[in-house]
Design a protein around this ligand. Structure first.
Ligand SMILES: [Zn+2]
Length: 255
């Protein structure tokens, strides 16, 4: 195998694994690592050629190249995110900008879930466009706080849709001093003053149960914001629902 073929192989592997590497880099939260990965087919080509070392026999059953080394300072979490859950609307449908990863810490595993409301003046959101606009307003507000992105990882709207928020490779910003390993789920509405819709609660039960299964989270670690910090969030009406759904015979407890 000549140098040219090796370089082509490196580029092919790089393209195939780019998403996986980007996820890993996001998990590391390192712009230095990011530039290293993205440079693998260009400025770093000489360095990656140097990693090939002893020529490998041209045997298709032998892996020829294991990919450029991405510096990893900590082992990946065992329950690291693997992608967007089915049925979740991608953030490209609503977000005008991506997160500023330089302002966020990596998530490195999820061990609890916290439920929120937005607490804004009550509205009757209808349709995808209104909901998308509302989520973008929240993102802008959180960015104006100097945060990396919208603080929550998922958003549930009154018609039962679930939207992607901050990528789950990044730690959220939704419970002060309790953000590490904490999956933040926002239900759109002000549940001090409104009742959550049956569609939203059905979506919440179904989605939270799926996340519990995915990350091995017990019911005792499905929390509301006010159970971690002095706040009215998620509002008395959603809190009442959460108390019921987690209690014996409730939807989440029975899931
Ligand atoms: Zn909250």
């Amino acid at each position: 195998m000549n140098r040219g073929r090796i370089a082509d192989t490196i580029c092919t592997v790089t393209e195939l694994n780019r998403r996986e590497w980007l996820n890993r880099v996001l998990a590391l939260g390192s712009t230095a690592a990011l530039s290293g990965v993205l440079g693998a087919c260009g400025s770093n080509q000489k360095r990656t050629q140097g990693l090939v070392g002893t020529p490998i026999p041209d045997n298709p059953s032998v892996p020829r190249f294991s990919g450029p080394r991405v510096p990893i300072t900590k082992p990946a979490a065992t329950n690291a995110p693997t992608g967007l859950p089915s049925g979740v609307i991608a953030r490209s449908r609503w977000a005008r900008f991506g997160p500023d990863v330089s302002l966020a810490d990596p998530m490195r595993g999820i061990d609890k879930i916290t439920i929120h409301h937005d607490g804004m003046p009550p509205q009757n959101l209808r349709g995808m466009d209104q909901c998308a606009r509302q989520i973008e307003i929240i993102r802008r507000g959180h960015r104006n706080n100097g945060w990396a992105d919208i603080g929550y990882h998922y958003i549930i709207d009154p018609e039962g849709r679930i939207w992607e928020g901050r990528p789950i490779s990044l730690q959220g910003a939704h419970v002060k001093e309790h953000n590490p390993h904490n999956l933040g789920i926002l239900v759109l509405g002000n549940f001090e003053r409104q009742q959550p819709t049956p569609q939203a609660m059905h979506a919440l039960d179904r989605f939270v149960a799926a996340q519990m299964r995915q990350y091995g989270i017990p019911l005792s670690r499905v929390l509301t914001h006010q159970e971690l910090a002095p706040t009215a969030c998620p509002g008395r009406n959603l809190q009442r629902y959460m108390d019921w759904t987690r209690a014996r015979g409730g939807n989440l407890a029975s899931a």
